[in-house]
Design a protein around this ligand. Structure first.
Ligand SMILES: [Zn+2]
Ligand SMILES: [Zn+2]
Length: 336
């Protein structure tokens, strides 16, 4: 099956973190972290609908100005997510400019900003260009099980990690694929049609097995108008798990962080994970609340992910790209 999510790091492994995710059949795009993004084409920036920021250290958030510059003057609704204090960070960025003339804009750019922490209260505010980006409080959001966004096409979950400041890790998940066995439909005398979409929607919602589903028969005489959802689900549908991408940056290698990372990214097809330091620098990594390459690889192995992409390498190791990757992959293979 062709993958639905197409993630790309905007910068090289030594550049600022920014992971741009396109979809196979959908125009909007997502972004994880917002470091320097001058290499990201404006047309790509304009497709963004959701931006997930791990924390507001400059290398993860300096791209906000370019995002704003490109989106200004457009009708856009952009959702941003970040750790506690993030709404203040966004307000401060916006407060750095003069907005006296924007009231005349005929279009509206809205930034809806949410804060997630391991324990609520979660906060929510919006900033609209026409009000000069005045902060407007919104009702607190609900993020059950750390789920920030739950849409038909994708779901994003988060976990708060310790980086001596809260830092969010993310997982991007696709709902399971539901396909129809055409031959089994035919064997049962059922006719394909729009009723299959209703069946799939009911299965995705997790409706109970006894739920009646209206069906269409090739020869309707004497046949029931409905069949139970459970029967159809188990006989005419094939279910295949969806794609999963993990994103983990800036976290100390502590038992608590490891547990949260593993639970969040378990079984991912691909894990983007920071690996700033060489294995011999474990002390330095711990002092700056980061991972070593080996720790990153080990976490990927313990989470049972299929592939790791180590990145966010420290600039002090420029020229040691193979060594950093090598240490991460060695631990990944060894501990699997
Ligand atoms: Zn950081
Ligand atoms: Zn960083």
């Amino acid at each position: 099956m062709r993958p639905t999510f197409h993630p790309t790091l905007v910068n090289g492994p030594f550049g600022d973190p920014a992971l741009y995710v396109e979809f196979l059949d959908r125009r909007p795009a997502l972004m994880f972290d917002l470091g320097e993004i001058s290499d990201l084409a404006p047309r790509k920036i304009l497709r963004l609908t959701h931006v997930f920021v791990s924390h507001a250290h400059m290398d993860h958030f300096a791209g906000f100005d370019r995002l704003l510059r490109i989106c200004l003057g457009r009708d856009m609704f952009l959702r941003l997510f970040g750790p506690p204090g993030f709404i203040d960070r966004v307000a401060s960025k916006l407060g750095g400019y003069t907005w006296n003339l924007v009231g005349n804009y005929t279009n509206d750019l809205t930034l809806e900003v949410a804060e997630y922490a391991h324990t609520s209260p979660w906060r929510h505010a919006q900033f609209r260009v026409r009000t000069g980006f005045r902060r407007e409080e919104l009702d607190p959001p609900a993020f059950p099980d750390g789920i920030l966004v739950d849409e038909p096409a994708f779901r994003v979950r988060t976990a708060e990690l310790d980086h001596r400041t809260p830092c969010l890790a993310f997982s991007l998940e696709e709902p399971e694929h539901l396909n129809v066995w055409r031959n089994r439909l035919a064997e049962r005398g059922l006719k394909p049609g729009p009723w299959l979409s209703a069946l799939k929607a009911a299965v995705r919602r997790g409706d109970p097995a006894h739920t009646p589903i209206r069906v269409v028969w090739s020869a309707p005489q004497g046949r029931p108008a409905t069949l139970p959802l459970g029967d159809l689900r188990d006989t005419v549908l094939s279910r295949e798990r969806g794609q999963k991408v993990g994103y983990v940056v800036d976290a100390v290698h502590s038992p608590a962080n490891a547990d949260r990372i593993i639970a969040l990214v378990r079984g991912a097809d691909r894990l983007y994970i920071e690996a700033p330091f060489r294995n011999r620098e474990a002390e330095r990594a711990a002092a700056t609340r980061h991972l070593t390459a080996g720790q990153a690889g080990g976490l990927g192995a313990r989470a049972g992910v299929r592939e790791i992409v180590p990145f966010h390498f420290s600039s002090r190791h420029e020229g040691e790209i193979d060594a950093l990757r090598g240490e991460a992959l060695a631990a990944f293979r060894q501990e699997r």
